[in-house]
Design a protein around this ligand. Structure first.
Ligand SMILES: Nc1nc2c([nH]c(=O)n2[C@H]2C[C@H](O)[C@@H](COP(=O)(O)OP(=O)(O)OP(=O)(O)O)O2)c(=O)[nH]1
Length: 176
């Protein structure tokens, strides 16, 4: 169980897109990154603004997490994610925002990421992430997700710092 009250919390999503060409062209020359890069955004507003995060946002009424993640990625960076697959779920609790966050991994998309009012996108090699400018607890699970793994977690922050961290890897998250 994630948390006794997890069912009562608002739901949110994150998308971690992994891409790479099968040819040897350097990143950017054909509009697609070289092998094993992931798309992050510098968030301009909302929860976590200023940090590098996966695109995503709050689930709207009547929407599934999968529908939400597709909508949010389109709104934030202007691309359509075609194969979002659940890779993790965590309860996030802090002084001002609590949520159940559904994490998706994807490898297929249509379009080219573009800057919007909400986000500034950039590709990073999966083994060279800007970890010092990311949520501290993302460092625990993001490399696992990018490598195709799954996790379930509970992250409690106090004064902007992780106060209670509990994470389990290799779990079945399809229906969570
Ligand atoms: N990377 C990361 N993201 C987190 C954590 N906790 C947490 O709530 N988030 C994310 C999940 C959501 O994508 C985001 C909260 O939604 P948001 O403020 O972006 O909402 P939104 O795009 O719907 O925007 P808005 O209209 O409410 O401003 O914060 C965390 O620990 N790590």
């Amino acid at each position: 169980m994630l948390d006794d009250d997890a069912d009562e919390l608002p739901a949110a999503t994150l998308c971690h897109l992994v891409d790479g060409d099968d040819d040897d062209q350097p990143s950017g020359e054909d509009g697609r990154p070289a092998h094993d890069e992931t798309l992050l955004i510098r968030k301009k507003r909302g929860v976590g603004s200023g940090q590098w995060v996966g695109p995503g946002g709050k689930v709207e009424p009547g929407e599934t997490p999968r529908q939400c993640v597709v909508r949010e990625v389109r709104e934030e960076v202007g691309i359509d994610v075609l194969d979002p697959e659940k890779a993790g779920v965590f309860v996030y609790r802090s002084d001002d925002w609590d949520a159940v966050v559904h994490v998706f991994r994807a490898t297929e998309y249509a379009g080219t990421p573009e800057e919007t009012e909400e986000a500034d996108p950039a590709w990073f090699p999966v083994d060279d992430l800007p970890l010092s400018e990311m949520w501290q607890t993302d460092r625990e699970w993001l490399p696992v997700v990018l490598d195709g793994g799954t996790f379930r977690g509970r992250f409690v922050y106090s004064d902007g710092e992780p106060a209670d961290v509990d994470v389990t890897f290799g779990v079945d998250v399809r229906d969570n």
